[in-house]
Design a protein around this ligand. Structure first.
Ligand code: PCA
Length: 152
């Protein structure tokens, strides 16, 4: 079992969420809404207005997203889809659970203080001006930023 935190286009209601539900790619189970325990800059950048969590802990804001249990097949697919390691790198993030949505008897639920570690796609391969872009805390492709996501 692997935990994956998503904060961008893979969240519910966002343009790539269908991939999380596509059983031909693997399996994902939504466990909880969660927020990063540390702060990071979450910026919308590049020609396609893509959300990036910059691997600069201590800067930016705590980033809100969703915690999933995924199988190895879906994780392997996502590594390719997210162009890892060129565009993003899959790193371990510490999350604080906000609302538990999974099974009541799930072992993860009892994790101390609702703090769990999960993989997430962050990046250290960003352009020098990206850290000074506006810092978000809850990505929405239709937000008032007006930077609509452009699919590959
Ligand atoms: N997809 C991944 C990283 C950013 C993105 O758009 C996610 O939703 O977490």
């Amino acid at each position: 079992m692997t935990l994956l935190f998503v904060y961008g286009t893979l969240k519910r209601g966002q343009p790539n969420h269908a991939l999380m539900l596509d059983r031909s790619l693997g399996a994902a189970q939504l466990l909880a809404t969660a927020v990063t325990t540390e702060t990071f800059p979450l910026v919308i950048a590049g020609e396609r207005n893509v959300p990036f969590l910059l691997n600069l802990p201590g800067r930016g804001r705590r980033v809100h997203g969703e915690l999933y249990r995924v199988d190895e097949r879906l994780l392997s697919f996502m590594d390719v889809f997210e162009d890892t390691p060129a565009l993003y790198q899959r790193t371990t993030l510490t999350l604080t659970v906000k609302e538990w949505l999974g099974r009541a008897d799930d072992e993860q639920k009892t994790a101390a203080g609702g703090v769990v570690e999960a993989f997430g796609y962050s990046t250290g391969t960003y352009r020098p001006d990206w850290p000074s872009l506006p810092h978000r805390d809850n990505y929405d492709c239709r937000g008032d930023h007006g930077l609509e996501y452009v699919r590959k």
